[in-house]
Ligand binder design. Structure first.
Ligand SMILES: [Cu+2]
Length: 128
């Protein structure tokens, strides 16, 4: 089942390539077809940031798929999240946020934000 889905995705990519779809480079289309696009959600506190990423001290994530494909919990930790398509303009260190992100083990940045919502600063987080 899994295998036939991958084959179908590749066939779809091939059709787009043949159709001469110029919206995206073919490598991007292939990547989106083969990379898991599972979306995760977690809350945390911004402890560092640049124009391109935030360092988020996040709460425990109950289930997340790792490099090897297995799904496990991830304990609370600080990790960098690339801004992806999200604007970081209104954010600053110390903000408490609720983020949604995707994971891309085959390209940088590995973690990419797809949504970020600022929470009240006094929101109680479960951070060790
Ligand atoms: Cu983490």
């Amino acid at each position: 089942m899994q295998r036939s889905c991958v084959r179908l995705s590749l066939a779809v990519v091939a059709v787009f390539a043949i159709a001469g779809c110029k919206d995206k480079p073919s490598s991007t289309a292939a990547e989106s077809a083969t990379t898991a696009t599972e979306r995760y959600r977690v809350r945390g506190k911004i402890v560092g940031m640049s124009a391109e990423e935030i360092d988020l001290h996040h709460e425990r994530i109950a289930a997340i798929r790792g490099y090897d494909g297995t799904v496990k919990p991830m304990e609370s930790m600080t990790m960098p999240f690339g801004r992806g398509q999200v604007s970081l303009a209104d954010l600053s260190v110390g903000d408490v946020v609720d983020v949604q992100f995707t994971v891309h083990f085959d390209s940088d940045p590995t973690l990419r934000l797809v949504a970020i919502v600022k929470l009240p600063r006094d929101t109680k987080l479960e951070l060790p």
